[in-house]
Design a protein around this ligand. Sequence first.
Ligand code: HEM
Length: 186
Amino acid sequence: MTTPAQARYSTIAILLHWTLAVLITINLLIGFFHENMADETRAFLMGQHFAIGLTVLFLTLVRIVWRLIHPVPPANPAHPGWERALAKAVHFLFYALLLAMPILGWLIVSTGRGNPISIFGLFEVSALPVARDEATHDLYEELHELGGWAFVGLIALHVVGALKHHVVDKDSTLGRMIPIRNWRER
Ligand code: HEM
C-alpha cells in the first residue's frame, strides 16, 4: 500500500509543473533584462514574452481544473506543522501570481498600444476591452514589476524548501514531483 510519504503527483501535474517552471523562468529573464537589449532583439523577445505569458495563463487554468479533478497527494505527516503551513501558503501565492502576472501584462499592453498579441505566429489574442490610459498603464507596469520580484522570492523559498527535504531530511518530497517512479520513497 502507498503511504502518504510515498504518494506522488499525477503525470499530468508533474508535466504542467515543470513546463510552467521553465516558461516562468524564461519570462522573468526576458522581463528583467529587456531594457538592456538592442531594439530589434527586445521587440522579438518581448513578443515571445507576451506569448509565453498568455500560455502560462492558459496552462495555469488547466492546472487548476486538473487539481480539482485529481487532488494533490496528502502532505507527509512526518513534516512539522509550520513546514506544511508554509508550503501551503507558498503554493497558494504561486497560483495567485500565475494568474495575476499574465493578466497584468495583458492589461499593460491593452491600456498602452492596444495591439492584438501574436501567439508564436499561430493566432492572435485581442487586447482586453479597457480604455487606453497612461495612469492605469503605469500602475499596471508597477504592479507587474512588483509581481516579478515576488515571483523571484517565492521561487527561492520553494527551491530552498525542496532542496532542504532532499539533501538534509533525505525524504521523498522532491521525488513526488520528479517523473521517475521509485526515485526516492521515504
Ligand atoms: C508568467 C507570466 C509573466 C511573468 C513572470 C512576467 C514577468 C515580467 C517581468 C519580471 C518584467 C520586468 C518588469 C520591470 O522590471 O519593469 C516584465 C515586463 C513586461 N511584461 Fe511581463 N511577465 C509575464 C507575462 C506577461 C504577459 C502575458 C504580458 C502581455 C501580454 C506581459 C507584458 C509585459 C510588458 C509590456 C513588460 C514591460 C513593462 C515595462 O516596460 O515596464 N508580461 N514582465
